[in-house]
Design a protein around this ligand. Structure first.
Ligand code: ADP
Length: 381
């Protein structure tokens, strides 16, 4: 590990940006587009606020700014993101009445970020943190791999990236010689990308809303993915603006909602379902995590929260129920050691539970893909 003796200040960073010119020829340091500069123990985050129509021209500015900052003594890492503040609320065709789990009428709004090399992107989301969304994402990714798919895992939980811990992978990704594209890391036969590979784990992350989306979009499109059948995206927890923007701007094939039994009956998981439905992303299903307790000593099962409630809730919400994952000590112990249960104990009933979920996800994905192919491309009003 390098030590950074030089004290790096925001002023130093700003003044080096005088060398970088905006597409209009103005020094970035004085451009009103420079929206935010955050310097924290050698790590620099910049956000540049732009008109999305000018995104191509600004991409070179972004790269130049990143290189200029990286060249400063004392800089451990630099992340420059392009952000666009929305002028108006998203024009998602909000259904007047609640739908019944069928596709909405009308043309789906074209969704933005193209990710070359990836056939389908699925989001793994939760209404709140700590329900096991990341643990589900990695095990689902491995189980999908076992079903014969080529799979990647993008850790979009930039507030608390967990893929480095869950996979035991920590090195920095390499970039292509032109410096424009990062190569994903690999473990367990999965392609992996996480903001945690780019910054140290204990760095306090200060992200304003638009920066979140910009960082995620870079990890989607500036990474040399693929060819992949499925990219599993471990979303930031919750249903705030960042999640909504992600659901809107990324062409998601579907979403998996992870919930605990207590939470499912409550508002959080419902919000997750509602958010994706609002932007016409098919809900592939709900996973009930920590559904019941399995005693690590005797293997006995305790239905602490009762049984069948989650399935019934999913039915009420009109979304498929993908299965239940037990609360099991090995799942946590092995996760913390960088070994997903599908790798450490592939023959256990816990691993079977994840495989069952993956089979359901694959079937739902195939169905959603077939439906979207059938959807009319041109709608006559
Ligand atoms: P989230 O991504 O929703 O914040 P995590 O996947 O990081 O949640 O899980 C939170 C904690 O719960 C972790 O310590 C993880 O190992 C543990 N955990 C998750 N699912 C299970 C499970 N089914 N059994 C036991 N521990 C679990």
């Amino acid at each position: 590990m390098m030590s950074h003796t030089a004290e790096l200040s925001e002023d130093t960073v700003r003044s080096t940006l005088a060398k970088v010119r905006t597409p209009e020829g103005v020094a970035l340091s004085v451009s009103p587009a420079l929206a935010g500069v955050v310097v924290t123990s050698g790590k620099v985050y910049l956000s540049i606020n732009i008109d999305p129509a000018q995104a191509r021209a600004w991409e070179d500015v972004r790269i130049a700014a990143e290189n200029a900052v990286k060249a400063l003594p004392g800089v451990a890492s630099a992340l420059v993101t392009l952000t666009a503040e929305r002028k108006q609320a998203p024009a998602a065709p909000a259904p007047a009445a609640h739908n019944h789990g069928h596709a909405h009428g009308g043309a789906p709004a074209p969704r933005g970020i193209a990710v070359p090399g990836v056939a389908s992107i699925i989001a793994v989301a939760s209404g709140k943190g700590g329900v096991g969304k990341s643990t589900t994402s990695i095990n689902l990714a491995i189980a999908l791999r076992d079903l014969g798919l080529k799979v990647g895992l993008l850790d979009a939980d930039i507030y608390g990236p967990s893929v480095p811990r869950l996979t035991g992978v920590a090195q920095k990704p390499e970039t292509t010689p032109d410096g424009k594209t990062m190569l994903p890391l690999e473990n367990f036969g999965l392609q992996l990308m996480s903001i945690g590979f780019l910054v140290e784990e204990d760095t306090p992350m200060i992200w304003r809303g638009p920066m979140v989306m910009s960082a995620i979009s870079q990890m989607l499109k500036d990474v040399k993915w693929g060819p992949l059948d499925v990219l599993v995206v471990d979303m930031p927890p919750g249903t705030g603006d960042a999640q909504l923007t992600m659901a809107q701007q990324v062409n998601l094939a579907g979403a998996v909602i992870v919930s605990t039994p207590q939470d499912l009956a409550l508002i959080d998981a419902r919000r997750g379902v509602a958010m994706f439905e609002r932007v016409n992303v098919p809900i592939l299903g709900v996973v009930e995590n920590m559904a019941y307790f399995v005693c690590p000593h005797c293997g006995g099962r305790s239905d602490i929260f009762g049984h069948g409630g989650a399935h019934a809730e999913a039915d009420k919400l009109g979304v498929p129920f993908l299965g239940e994952i037990p609360l099991h000590m090995r799942i946590r112990e092995m996760s913390d050691a960088g070994l997903p249960i599908l790798v450490s104990d592939p023959d256990s009933p816990q691993a079977d539970a994840y495989r069952h979920v993956a089979t359901g996800v694959k079937a739902a994905l195939d169905k959603a893909t077939a439906q979207s192919r059938q959807a009319p491309r041109i709608v006559i009003e």
